[in-house]
Design a protein. Sequence first.
Length: 194
Amino acid sequence: MKAQKILGWGALGLGLATLATGGLGLYEQNLEQPAYTVVENDGAFELRDYASVLVAETAVIGERSLALNAGFKRLAGYIFGNGQEKIAMTAPVFSDGASGAWRTRFVMPPRYTAATLPDMPEGVTAAELPVRRMAVIRFTGLGNDERLAEHEARLRAWLAARGLDATGDAVFAFYNSPFVAAPFRRNEVMIPVG
């Protein structure tokens, strides 16, 4: 009987934790995201046309997940104010390799321009991403190196089958915080195409 109570409480705790992280995932899905138009939808694959967006970015040398974590903290400190104006969080967080480092980017809400952003700390800069067409594959779960490589390979095969040429390197997009359970996370691999 005691073991059944313990199992019952454990199942209840697991259920509540799952609901909580699922709820956090739903909240994060409602964060402002860059505007795009879907040109083609093929299951997990899409071709999207993105409008230009302003980003705050930083680059960190090191292994991808550690560099992403450090870059995220630096950018979060910036948008959460550090004694200045706070900027609303948006989704996704972009990450890509750049000149021997990993670059992390937060999309700025559309009400800002480079001139109206609060002063940026050392190591954080603003950049305008131009209008672009991106091939995208969406997946759930963990966005670790192995899964990102696997989905990048699938996306490149999808592009090759359509005769589309990549015009740049892969970009990884993460829509959820680490507090969201893996089954509720949304991740994407994006490749610019001509």
